[in-house]
Ligand binder design. Sequence first.
Ligand code: F6P
Ligand code: MN
Length: 358
Amino acid sequence: MPLTPKFTLTQFLIEERRRHPEATGDFNSVILNVAMACKHIARAVAFGALGGVYGNAGGAVNVQGEQQKTLDVLSNDAFLRINEWGGQLAGMASEELEKPYEIPAQFPRGKYLLAFDPLDGSSNIDVNVSVGSIFSVLRAPERLHEGEEMDFLQPGCTQVAAGYAIYGPTTMLVLTVGNGVNGFTLDPNLYEFVLTHPDMRVPEDTQEFAINASNSRFWEAPIKRYVDECLAGTGGPRGKDFNMRWIASMVAEAHRILMRGGVFMYPRDTKDPSRAGRLRLLYEANPIGFVMEQAGGRASTGRQPVLSVQPSSLHQRVGLVFGSKNEVERIERYHLEPRRDDFSYPLFNERGLFRAPL
Ligand code: F6P
Ligand code: MN
């Protein structure tokens, strides 16, 4: 069989660096180390029950009060161990850790910050459904490279790179360095990420939406209206039928949307008054938002572009809507329009799929 040359992630980064003669190579090292951590996790995920990695991590709970799985802990450790030593990072923040991770004293510190959700889609970990890792690279503030909590509180528009790895039927790494979005498939022979999806674009229109409909009674009016209109299909105001999907792995959902369009919603709701939404701004909404925007899609809280939100705490949650541009913009418009507390819109009444609470 003739040997076909493959364009690997390493080659891709070298080419990118050629366009920035001032670059030191530190940035490339950060991305390659992240990719290495993802390969490690991909391996563990692929062995599944055979690898003894299923189940709960001895009853441990994370900072969000959620039960940690063995694979959550393993993935978090992979990110920390593989990224701590290289000298490019000032600190790391993980969804699994209450405080930022301090780079151990024996390693040099650098100018970047890394924030990550080491394994997204927790409820799918032990049941062989796609999960993934999400990462966001920020610049550390000039003064001290200490990686304190406040250093991470930068709006998403300041990210220098972001992406995710999806551990599905194939493992893929999807990356933006602020210059479009590229997808790399893990070649199981070379165990290298190979560029297979250059310049990924989210279609602007869609007939597919993803939302956890079991929360419908907690949704705010603009989301109720949007979903209601989609469900009304050809006979409703949208004049077309929609499909619904819900994997409960945001990474998997984001990947599907990147490949063929769609809109994802985990909006702010009234389920838990102590939080603004379900997903975390720094580890989930910002990196996925950056990828979406770089692929021509859109990411919003419903009220403002997600990348413009000024974070106030490390584990802050936020309402999140992303995907095909025209649908996200429509949802934003519904949030801007006068409140429909009277639910006078016909779909909320006689033909209502979601009736107004009494
Ligand atoms: O990390 C949060 C997460 O697992 C996302 O990947 C996913 O979209 C969401 O939670 C699922 O939430 P729910 O369990 O409410 O459907
Ligand atoms: Mn997650």
